[in-house]
Ligand binder design. Structure first.
Ligand SMILES: [Mn+2]
Length: 340
């Protein structure tokens, strides 16, 4: 049986550094959907028998934009036409502090192939998929796992921290020990931390399919594939989705060197320029992905601000709405100026 595992989609119309693309979608959300499409293509070509998701479908907990909901539901539906999709609820799938999955329950109602198994797990081809939805107090879950006999031919889906993992400069003390999962299950597939990480021979933190923000620079992104007949587990890295870059330019240093055309066109840049003069070639990359910090200038973000110089505002507006809107943009700027 071939299992394709993904996690931590965090679907959202992220406002920063985004624009509205030709399909009327938030460009950063569009990248999330594109990553799902890459995953679906891989599931299709690799003839997946089962697809697993280790938690955090939507970024926001108690609200989702109708367009985001519709697009994500559509993508999950297409996935479920390839193979059954088993979902483990993450903390972003819970309502506030309660262990109460909210929006992902809509999947169960609308898409019969989306499975959120109960305690006994989901059975397929002689295997059992068990889910362990996110809990805030991990001690009880660790105890439960310790008391459990080894689960043969079983894949455990989790959304928790793993003891000893190190991220953002701190080491996880309260979490699940990787060796416990390794001992009790044939495979363990975790969500929550967003960088793909092998934590034991048979245990993976799957990670998000693409970088979601500047905090995830350098993390490995993609999905995990298991061939349960051959006893193999491997990584599939997504090298096609946009990446984030923090760039610091010394005085007089040019920006474009060090990045290829694909990166300049596709990626998000947060540029700090030392000194007062912004190199000319900074302007040749896309406006929505650049913030500039000099001694005197505060970071500039992609959203429209009336405090921007009017020519910059027009450029941003035209970029977001299409060139034909230039006249309208100029009118709006004029209108806006009266209130400044
Ligand atoms: Mn999470």
């Amino acid at each position: 049986m071939k299992i394709f595992a993904f996690s931590d989609l965090h679907a959202h119309n992220f406002p920063e550094f985004s624009c509205i693309n030709g399909d009327g979608l938030n460009s950063r959300f569009a990248s999330q959907i594109e990553a799902l499409q890459l995953f679906r293509k891989d599931c299709h070509e690799g003839q997946a028998d089962l697809i697993t998701f280790s938690g955090d479908v939507f970024h926001l907990k108690n609200f989702v934009d109708s367009q985001v909901l519709r697009s994500v539901m559509q993508e999950f539906k297409l996935l479920s036409e390839i193979a059954p999709v088993v979902v483990c609820p993450g903390n972003h799938d819970m309502r506030g502090w309660q262990s109460d999955p909210t929006l992902i329950n809509a999947f169960e109602d609308f898409l019969p192939s989306i499975i959120i198994p109960k305690d006994e797990g989901y059975k397929i081809k002689g295997w059992t998929i068990r889910i362990f939805p996110f809990v805030r107090q991990v001690d009880g879950l660790v105890q439960r796992l310790q008391d459990m006999p080894r689960q043969e031919k079983t894949i455990g889906l989790f959304h928790q921290d793993i003891v000893g993992m190190n991220y953002n400069g701190f080491t996880v003390i309260k979490g699940i020990p990787a060796e416990l999962i390794s001992r009790k299950f044939t495979y363990g597939l975790f969500g929550h931390y967003h960088g793909m990480t092998k934590v034991a021979e048979n245990v993976y933190v799957v990670g998000s399919p693409l970088e979601l923000n500047f905090g995830e620079i350098g993390q490995k992104k993609g999905w995990v594939i298991i061939d349960s007949d051959q006893g193999k587990i491997w990584e599939r890295e997504n090298v096609l989705s946009p990446r984030f870059h923090d760039v610091i330019l010394e005085e007089g240093e040019s920006f474009n060197k060090g990045f290829n055309a694909t990166q300049l066109d596709r990626d998000y840049f947060r540029i700090k320029v030392k000194g007062d003069k912004v190199p000319e070639d900074v302007g040749s990359a896309k406006w929505r992905r650049i913030s500039i910090e000099t001694k005197n200038i505060k970071p500039e973000r992609g959203d429209l601000k009336l405090s921007d110089p009017s020519d910059a505002l027009i450029r941003k507006y035209v970029k977001a709405k299409g060139v034909e809107d230039k006249e309208m943009a100029e009118k709006l700027i004029e209108l806006g100026k009266r209130y400044l």
